[in-house]
Ligand binder design. Structure first.
Ligand code: C2E
Ligand code: MG
Ligand code: MG
Ligand code: MG
Length: 277
């Protein structure tokens, strides 16, 4: 199979590419029915304050157990959802489900925590995303201060002025904002202070080697220091072992998220970690 790429340039698809494309097409068509078929679920991963060791929030993470293909990782299906636009209805479902869950925990008498939700680029770019979030907060009766929206630098940089305006509007609603995967985008300390942020999330790729690699350690120290001077809460992602905890404690990192405390778990399991008010 050949595809033409401009004048005279022909590229050939390898068997590998054909296989990948085929799987993508199959997943795409299965994803179209995933919501309707109840194949999507949310898991929740604790965010823990390092000083008090209290669970202060959770991140909602999407899970797809396809009737046809079994468990598919977000790394594989989120990009498909983005490309096809399916992320719009799916993302709304995530917001609604997670806000409903958080309110329910409060109604059941647990100490309130913050629900953190990943927004995709495509969702963030919607002109009416603010109204949608405001409506969901109203419908679910969740106080805005218990919702945190996670965005990435890459997303925010697509249309800088628009992004800043939308983030400001979110803040006016009373919702807090995290910058996810910090350090992996074409991030610029230059723009950091322009975004109305509350939380900086250090990407797990830096945390992985903090105990063995001097450069990772130096970067993490620098990010924590920048966070402090900008008055942001700083959280480390992908914390798996005690040595990482020790390092982060000595550097006065505020919060951690990772397998060391808990992987993402279903709501019933998360409930066991909540504190009765
Ligand atoms: P993310 O927002 O950076 O989420 C953190 C990822 O790190 C999650 O992967 C989580 O399971 C994983 N993780 C947590 N602790 C550890 C650890 O100690 N070690 C390691 N190795 N990994 C850890 P997951 O659930 O596979 O999600 C991957 C990405 O998919 C997320 O990255 C996020 O960008 C995206 N995603 C997940 N759910 C949603 C969603 O509802 N909407 C959107 N737009 N994107 C989502
Ligand atoms: Mg995230
Ligand atoms: Mg992240
Ligand atoms: Mg990530």
């Amino acid at each position: 199979v050949a595809k033409t790429k401009g004048a005279n340039v022909v590229e050939y698809y390898s068997d590998e590419m054909i296989k990948k494309n085929k799987r993508k097409m199959l997943l795409e068509s299965a994803l179209r029915n995933a919501l309707h078929n109840n194949e999507l679920h949310l898991h929740y991963q604790p965010k823990v304050n390092l000083q008090t060791r209290k669970l202060v929030g959770v991140e909602a993470l999407l899970r797809w157990n396809s009737n046809k293909y079994g468990m598919i990782s977000p790394g594989e299906f989120i990009p498909i959802a983005e490309e096809t636009g399916l992320i719009i209805p799916i993302g709304e479902w995530v917001l609604k489900t997670a806000c409903t869950q958080n309110k329910q925990w409060q109604d059941e008498g647990y100490e309130p925590i913050t629900m953190c939700i990943n927004l995709s680029a495509r969702q963030f770019q919607q002109y009416n995303i603010l109204d949608k979030i405001a409506n969901i907060l109203q419908e679910t009766n969740l106080e805005p201060k218990y919702l945190n929206i996670e965005v990435t630098e890459t997303m925010a940089m697509i249309d800088l002025e628009q992004s800043i305006e939308k983030l400001n509007a979110l803040k006016r609603l009373g919702v807090s904002i995290s910058l996810d995967d910090f350090g992996t985008g074409y991030s610029s300390l230059n723009y950091l202070h322009k975004f109305p942020l509350d939380v900086l999330k250090i990407d797990q790729s830096f945390i992985r080697n903090i105990n063995s690699d001097k450069q990772s350690a130096a970067i993490v120290k620098a990010i924590i220091s920048v966070s402090k001077s900008l008055d942001l809460t700083v959280i480390a992602e992908g914390v798996e072992i005690i040595d990482q905890i020790d390092f982060l404690l000595s550097e006065q990192c505020d919060e951690v998220q990772g397998y060391y405390f808990s992987p993402p778990v279903p709501s019933k399991k998360l409930e066991e970690m909540l504190t009765p008010a």
